[in-house]
Design a protein. Structure first.
Length: 336
């Protein structure tokens, strides 16, 4: 497995950040694979794929470049520059890191991604970083930007939930399961970043960043010894716009809209994040939270400047009991 040894200062200064460029690279990877992992992503893929395929058909060299840059086990480094970690920056600023790569470095990086020789006409092409930046700009403008406000709210919801986990249980709680099957906290300052047999890397004194994306993909990157990033998929309940299933009995008890708010609060969320995830208005969500708090089903707390809501013990018992009853009902129905 590949793992990083993280110094105390780097771990203490680690932070979660949102990156429009990382979201765009993740979207490109989903378009390239033509495979989605949840209903919202499938709808986006079905809507975006025809124009993407037409764009590559019109520029065959770009199609070759994307196939080479997204390798079977490694991405070309110039596809995935490490964020600066100084707050969210506009996509147009971030993509300049791709464009600024020395063209002479592009072919060796593609060879690493491919695990072998780079084919013509890529090997003799000029300014491959510039070409890739244009592809990413098209993906951003045509497929990500139209829904970026919703995506950003989902990403911010994940960051808020992870930060709350960090405050309650430390880095082990926040990082375990970041990328299921590949990323986990090993203890003794060691973070497993993938399941491959790569040599350990020291992160001592550098900036450590964790970057969520809504597609079910992820990668690691670094810039010298200054910055290291783990890009990871949002938690499924946040990435899936359809949200968790509301048990029918719970919906009858509380009302479907109020029950929809309650079932989402296993991880702490703010009012604005609930608005984004449920599609309900701000006033409606606020009223539901007031009733749920008065009933003792949710509690309110702070994480930095955010006011977050989460289940109380009574709320967790109610939701879990209704979920168990719904599962039993489905099992009985399947057995008849």
């Amino acid at each position: 497995m590949g793992w990083w040894r993280i110094g105390t200062d780097s771990l203490a200064g680690g932070r979660f950040v949102v990156s429009p460029l990382a979201e765009t690279v993740a979207a490109l990877k989903i378009l390239h694979a033509a495979a989605a992992s949840h209903p919202g992503e499938r709808a986006w893929l079905a809507a975006s794929s025809p124009a993407y395929r037409a764009r590559l058909a019109a520029e065959p060299l770009d199609a070759l470049l994307v196939r080479a840059a997204i390798g079977p086990t490694w991405n070309a480094d110039f596809l995935t520059p490490t964020p600066l970690g100084e707050g969210e920056r506009p996509f147009e600023e971030e993509v300049e890191a791709v464009r600024a790569v020395d063209p002479a470095d592009a072919v060796p990086q593609l060879a690493v991604a491919l695990g072998g020789p780079v084919p013509e006409p890529l090997r003799s092409a000029r300014d491959l970083p510039g070409r890739l930046a244009e592809v990413l700009t098209w993906v951003w403008r045509e497929t990500v930007l139209p829904e970026w406000p919703r995506r950003r709210r989902i990403l911010e919801a994940d960051v808020t939930a992870r930060t709350a986990q960090l405050g309650r249980g430390g880095w082990a709680a926040a990082l375990d399961g970041l990328c299921p099957g590949s990323t986990r906290w090993l203890g003794d300052g060691r973070l497993q970043v993938n399941a491959r047999a790569y040599p350990p890397r020291s992160v001592d004194g550098g900036r450590l960043l964790f970057v969520p994306v809504t597609p079910a993909t992820g990668w690691v990157s670094w810039e010298g010894v200054e910055r290291f990033a783990v890009v990871y998929p949002c938690a499924g309940v946040l990435a899936d716009a359809s949200g968790p299933v509301v048990p029918r009995a719970l919906g009858a008890l509380l009302g479907p809209a109020r029950a929809d708010v309650l079932v989402r609060l296993e991880n702490p969320l703010s009012t604005s994040q609930l608005v984004a995830l449920t599609g309900q208005g701000l006033g409606s969500v606020g009223r539901h939270l007031k009733v749920l708090r008065e009933a003792g089903l949710v509690r309110r707390g702070r994480a930095g400047r955010s006011v977050l809501y989460a289940w109380t013990e009574a709320g967790a018992v109610l939701v879990r009991a209704q979920e168990a009853r719904a599962q039993e009902a489905r099992a009985r129905g399947a057995g008849t």
